[in-house]
Write a protein that binds this ligand. Sequence first.
Ligand code: ZN
Length: 189
Amino acid sequence: MSDDLRVPLVVLRRRADPWLIRRTVKLDDLRVGEVVVADGMVKVDLEAEARNHDVVVSGQVQAKWSGSCRRCLEDVHGSLDLRIYEVLSARTEDSDTDSRRSGVELSGESGDVYPLGGDEADLEPVVRDTVLLSLPLSSLCAADCIGPDPERFPATSVSVENSLERAMPPTDPRWSALDALRLPDEPIH
Ligand SMILES: [Zn+2]
């Protein structure tokens, strides 16, 4: 939880200018597998603006991530520089038509609408989702990394083929029915 990303609605609705949030916030659990945002630090440069009953959030977030190469386990680093355009709405989805009539575009780039609390707009879920969705699912130090031991850590395409072969049933399952039938023929001791 980060209080830095909460905007009081009563203030937001009273002002003519957008509410600006330019700071670095620390968010917990910004991790996808082995890839983690360094110290959970995210630099945000956001504008929040009240539009009728909704709040529109736009701007940019930046974060550095680190992980380990999934083939050779070397450290891998990268950075994110992402644009945000999302809508927080207190209304349910079936009031979408109202918002279109009032000129508010409810669907942000991701197509999600975030819930709006009664007293404040919490931008943390917006920032969190944006970062998490952009972290690499599995990191490689280089696209052609062959790993420290190509025999044990072969390139992905090869290991997929291998695993497909392994997934094939070793024997026709119908034979196991015959095996069961053979059991009574075994000598009785
Ligand atoms: Zn590597």
